[in-house]
Design a protein around this ligand. Sequence first.
Ligand code: GLY
Length: 310
Amino acid sequence: MKSERKCAIILHGGAGDLSNLSTNELGRLTRATTKALERGFESTKGKTALDGVQDAVLTMENSGLFNAGIGSVFTLSGRIEMDAAIMNGRNLSCGAVGAVSNVRNPILLARRILEETDHSLVVGRMARRLAEKFGLAGTVLPSNKRREMWKQMRKNPAKYLKKNIAYASDTVGAVAIDAKGNIASGVSTGGLWLKLDGRVGDSALVGAGLYAENEAGGVAATGIGEAIMNVLLAKIVHGYMSTGRSAMDACKFGIENITAKKGPNTAGLVAIDSQGNFGYALNTKTMIVASMSEGMDRPTAKILTDRSLA
Ligand code: GLY
């Protein structure tokens, strides 16, 4: 039997550009991130890493402050279509949903797909039916602020359709390691503002938006889904950790790679390696990150900037 390990969790509230937010708005985001971290850490300690990432992501989906769950952004036609995935590093099992609209917490649907079906990724009619079968069906009612933004953006969609990170931020994600050394990752997003109906991003795709495997570590990505999918960002980071590199080195390597191939302002990463070390990196202006491990007095939640990592 494996010896007891130190539990740890790291999460992000999206890579992008928060430089225009007021102090009050930044404070609200930081408090919501800290609440999600505390919830996720408790579940990681009391249950498993898989429960920890699920509950951290769930808390952010329910806050309405992030682009996930009830805070999701609109498609070009004014719909809400969300992606989410969760992966268990103990046995590489995963559950994911793409472009779902009748569920308030896509991460819970992804978890049920992992646990209760033979499949890894479900979309369309059957994703809707599974949400109903599992008692997870519900309507996402976006805030008036989000709807007003959509109306304004809809007047000049070309300006926003260039996959601009400023309009892609706030995807949420978490990685945890529990006392048995099991590692898990989870992500959830409303995707890009004004995306086409039916577009699915990296957050539904294992190897792109997330990866977890006990021997190496786990990773969760945020940013422009198309760029992240093109390079399989999470698998790059996992592959680097599997050579014995730390989570921090692996995140830096992943960001250097995507920056070289797809340009700056494309992604952010958080990770935990098999030794329980944290990693994070970004090539965007900002990314909210929070982490907690046994032995730490209190959680840290901070808004990282590209300069703070230089
Ligand atoms: N990373 C979120 C998305 O592009 O959908």
